[in-house]
Structures are given as C-alpha cells and as structure tokens.
Design a protein around this ligand. Structure first.
Ligand code: ATP
Length: 327
C-alpha cells in the first residue's frame, strides 16, 4: 500500500481545571495517497483534535503524550516548530476549518487574509504574483474573485466555505484536512461544495481527510472511513467494506441510526458518549453496546485487521459480523 500518512499510537490529552480529558487514545491508522478518508464520530469523539494534531495547531492546554505521525519519512511531531511552519503547514498539509465565519477575521477583507497566508507559503513572491495565485485557487474553488474586496460577513456561508477551500489549496498541498466543511449550509449548497471538493481532490490528486459527523457526507465522498468513538478508533477500512459489512457494533448502530429516504424506523443508540475525563474500563463503547459481555467490561479490545485493510476493535468482530448479517 502506498501510504502518505502513518499515524501510530497517538495519545492526546487536554488539561483542564476539572481534570484531564483523554481526547485521543492510542490512535493508529494509515492513509493511502490520493484517498478520501472520512473521519466520523459523534460530537466530542476527537475528530478535530486529530486534525489539529496533524497540523500542529492544538491549543496550549493540549499534550501529545505519545505517538508518531509519519509523513514522507519524518515524524511530523518531531519537526522543529519553525521548520514545520515554514515548510509543512499550508504548504504540504492544510486545513479547511470548521465554521469558516470563525476562521476568518471579521475586520479584514478577504484579500488581505488570503495574502497573509500566501506570503507565508511563498515569501519570495511579489504581491501581484501572490494575487495571481490566489485568483487561480478561487477559480478552482468555483468562486468569483470579486469576493476579494469583501469582508467575511458580506459573503454567504457557502461563499465563505469556498474561499476557505481556495485558501487551503494556495500552496498545492498534498494533504487537505476538511473539518466539517459543509456544516450549517443548506442541503443544495452542501451538495455543490462537496461535489466540487471531490472534483478538486481528483483533479489535483490530493489526499483528503474529511472530518464530519454526517454519515451521508462520508458515504458520498470517501474511499475509506475511520470510525472514532471517545478518542479511539473502533473501525477503519475501505468505505464499502465498513459500511456494507461492519465489524463493530458501534458502526453498525451508527449507520442504523442515520436517517435515509425510505427508512421506516430509526435506531437510537442508547445512552450518550462517556465523560472523557473518566473513560470507562474495557471497551469504551461497552456501556452503550447492546452486545457487551463481561469481557468487554474488563478488557480493552485491540484494533485488529479482520480482512485486508479492514480493522476493528471489538472482541467479537468476526462473530458479531456473522450475527448481524444473518438477521
Ligand atoms: N481546548 C480544549 N480543552 C479541553 N478539552 C477540550 C478542548 N478541545 C476539545 N476538548 C475535549 O476533547 C474531546 C474531543 O474533542 P474534539 O473537539 O476533538 O471532538 P470532535 O469529535 O471534533 O467534536 P465536534 O464534532 O463537536 O467538533 C471532547 O471531550 C472535548 O470536550
């Protein structure tokens, strides 16, 4: 497998006044070059923390306790901050931030904000050269360059999101992390933006990490899916395999609880995700899992490969799968 990113044993915690939040625990997976990995999970499962750890934009109170993020032969976490800022962030790996209204400064025109990022990427280029690059990327993102003279609040949510896409593409990165790129937009705009994102990914050959809680977004776009729950990877692999042949009860129930045309009854996963200051023993999903046994309460399941490129962290991955497929 030609992987572009290998994440190994990543553990990230936040220190807070009320205790330590175990945001990511021993997260491991590898990303194929040119793939679209949908990173899916309920609110608080650690999706954004994962994106920010890769881009090294975690807040002050975050601690990376262990792990590696291998990219082009180097561990991204070991690279000197100055080198990372100069050569990696925006240039090789960029991010389309969640809620673009917050991502842009309200008091500066779009042009100034894009120039600011462009200057970091290409310190030796003139202002005119940078503006040419910016306009080209806005064209790719399918938005008219007239937005450059405007302030963020003068744009619609969809327009702002397209500008954010253009901004992420400024330096032709190899990996783009899109954090909930269409949340809060109407369905038609969502569809247009996701379609454009998919075309861009294909045309430019980038690798896309698509963070979302929306199963339908992942289903429409991704080649692979990573299911996160309470900071842990519960299932990972090719989208068709994971969605059609889930080997983890959480994935199976998550898909059953998602509204779809023609679905008569929606399943509701009982309970709510655990408090990450005090995660449960054994399998993190056991308190909500209708199939849990004593083993699940006591022993944490390892993430194991059950078929080529398809991983599950369930003690009963194989038998559970047989059981649900015979229903
Ligand atoms: N700066 C912070 N300080 C303390 N705890 C934090 C901080 N940021 C996130 N957390 C906690 O870390 C856990 C993971 O949060 P994260 O934002 O990564 O999840 P998420 O899956 O992206 O959620 P959402 O879909 O709501 O954005 C949550 O319990 C969250 O409350």
């Amino acid at each position: 497998m030609n992987s572009i990113l290998e994440i190994e044993g990543l553990t990230v915690k936040y220190k807070t006044r009320y205790g330590t939040v175990h945001a990511l625990s021993n997260v491991s997976f590898s990303v194929k070059k040119g793939s679209i990995v949908g990173i899916i999970g309920e609110s608080g499962s650690g999706k954004s923390t994962l994106g920010h750890t890769i881009l090294r934009t975690l807040p002050e109170n975050a601690r990376i306790e262990s792990g590696k993020i291998m990219f082009e032969g180097s561990d991204l976490l070991e690279i000197d901050e100055e080198v990372f800022r100069r050569e990696f962030r925006w240039k090789k790996i960029s991010m389309i931030f969640q809620n673009s209204m917050n991502a842009f400064s309200p008091v500066h025109r779009i042009q100034d904000q894009l120039l600011d990022v462009a200057r970091k990427c290409f310190p030796n280029k003139s202002r005119n050269e940078l503006l040419e690059i910016i306009k080209e990327k806005l064209r790719i993102a399918n938005i008219d360059e007239s937005v450059l003279k405007k302030y963020p609040h003068e744009l619609s949510g969809g327009q702002r999101q397209r500008v954010a896409i253009g901004m992420a593409l400024l330096a032709d990165p190899e990996i783009v992390i899109a954090d909930e790129p269409t949340t809060g937009l109407d369905v038609v705009t969502q569809y247009q933006i996701l379609n454009r994102l998919k075309e861009i990914q294909k045309d430019l050959g980038i690798t896309l990490l698509l963070i979302t809680h929306d199963v339908s977004v992942v289903a429409a776009l991704s080649t692979d899916v990573l299911v996160l729950y309470a900071g842990k990877v519960l299932e990972y692999g090719d989208i068709k395999r994971v969605f059609k042949n889930s080997h983890h009860p959480y994935t199976y129930l998550l898909l059953r609880s998602y509204p779809e045309m023609g679905k008569e009854k929606l399943y509701e996963i009982p309970g709510s995700p655990p408090d990450l200051r005090n995660p449960p023993s054994g399998c993190v999903f056991h308190p909500r899992c209708p199939y849990a046994t004593d083993l699940c309460r006591k022993e944490e399941p390892k993430l194991v490969e059950i078929e080529e490129g398809h991983f599950s962290a369930c003690h009963y991955a194989t038998s559970f799968n047989k059981e649900v497929n015979s229903l």
